[in-house]
Design a protein around this ligand. Structure first.
Ligand code: PMP
Ligand code: GLN
Length: 382
């Protein structure tokens, strides 16, 4: 086995979901909504499945979806992109793999921001890259000029950034995105921007795509995922958006990873991206309401909750909650004894990890969240 994989276990999401099944626990670990996505989007995909060709679509993605992606990002993020800037992939995971394989060669330095989504490091290391970390500190997880400057010493080839940031549930402010833009331009670094959570933003926040910052149009790759936009994580329809010259090597990698993505799902997503602004606002409001419910309930039960700007998640500070267990032990105990699955944050670090924080998913009906809160409270005070 390749040594990168030999040193890895099963992903923490899979590990916790299988423990949740084993113990019959409420699964607030892996991030997936309890309900399925919008019926009209599913209907559009179902119609396409029955009426449209089910043979290989074009390698770059179906014309309808490439057009819809370009229109969508012009409408929501003011990005001046055309269908030629769009590649359709099988989820954001494939988009990340194709981008990293296309850009990272042996011994290239790659900056990853800690805590980091679990796929990044193995992908970079499998491509032969050397990881440099830029570490953010709780509770505010802010990018500072000093940390950015230090991470870019030696002019790294690539930055992989994630905004909003999973698992920290942080959405970067425009001044932080500007710091990254400035560093990338100063050092000639290409930014791979994982923005799958771009629509799941709370409290009136706006998303600031790095590719939209002055001077970044030809130096950034933006990645999105229909799974997150439409609350259907099983769909695995992703997009890569980049200047055509930068998109070309990514497409070369993609053509030998998956080559294409099921056409009916592409047409369903093409339809969905055209939904009116109100649908996106309602979706955000629904998740914000769930966030508030979980946060308030946990606080009433004596847990210390970190701010959640975005995503389906919020984090709990174990030490500030009076809990001495480290995050993995707490999650083990929570699933076995309380019947609640959570995600420890330590697997999201490359080096010495933060061990006092866990992540909970609130994309569930309030009755489920209330039950989970009660179970966690009983365990805490036993
Ligand atoms: N990046 C981040 C930050 C994610 O949170 C996820 C999934 N939750 C992905 C990538 C993977 O997205 P997909 O399911 O579209 O592959
Ligand atoms: N991204 C999802 C999460 O953060 C999990 C995806 C997966 O299981 N690979 O929970």
């Amino acid at each position: 086995m390749n040594p990168v994989y030999a040193s890895l276990g099963t992903t923490i999401f899979e590990e916790m979901s299988s423990l949740a099944r084993q113990y019959g626990a409420i699964n607030l670990g892996q991030g997936f909504p309890e309900t399925d996505g919008p019926i009209d989007v599913r209907q559009a995909a179902a119609d396409a499945l029955l009426k449209h060709s089910n043979q290989y679509p074009p390698m770059m993605g179906m014309a309808e979806l490439r057009r819809a992606v370009a229109d969508h990002y012009a409408r929501f993020q003011g990005l001046p992109i055309t269908p030629d800037h769009v590649l359709v992939t099988s989820g954001a995971t494939e988009a990340l793999a194709a981008s990293i394989l296309a850009l990272v060669s042996e011994d290239d330095e790659v900056v990853l921001i800690e805590p980091m989504y679990d796929a990044y490091r193995p992908l970079v290391e499998r491509a032969g890259g050397r990881v440099r970390t830029l570490r953010l500190a709780p509770p505010d997880w802010r990018l500072t000029p000093r940390a950015v400057e230090q991470a870019f010493v030696g002019s790294p080839k690539v930055l992989v950034m994630n905004d909003p940031l999973n698992p920290a549930a942080r959405a970067f402010d425009q001044d932080e995105i500007a710091l990254l833009a400035e560093a990338c331009q100063c050092h000639g670094t290409i930014a791979i921007c994982d923005e799958v959570w771009e629509h799941v933003l709370f409290d009136g926040r706006r998303h600031h795509p790095l590719i939209g910052m002055p001077g970044m149009a030809a130096q950034a790759i933006k990645i999105g995922s229909a799974g997150k936009i439409f609350s259907m994580t099983g769909w695995k329809v992703g997009f890569v958006i980049a200047d055509p010259a930068l998109l070309q090597p990514v497409a070369r990698a993609h053509q030998f990873l998956t080559f294409t993505t099921p056409p009916a799902l592409q047409l369903g997503v093409a339809y969905g991206l055209g939904k009116d602004d109100a649908w996106f606002a309602d979706m955000r409001a629904g998740y914000q309401h769930s966030r508030d419910g979980l946060r308030d309930g946990l606080e009433r039960a004596g847990f210390s909750v970190l701010p959640s700007d975005a995503t389906y998640f919020l984090c709990v500070d174990l030490r500030a909650s009076g809990i001495e267990d480290d995050d993995r032990d707490f999650c083990r105990r929570a699933v076995e004894q309380a019947g609640v699955a959570a995600i420890p944050l330590s697997p999201f670090y490359a080096g010495s990890a933060e061990t006092g924080i866990i992540r909970l998913c609130f994309a569930k009906p309030y009755s489920v969240l209330a039950d989970a809160i009660e179970r966690l409270a009983r365990m805490k005070f036993r």
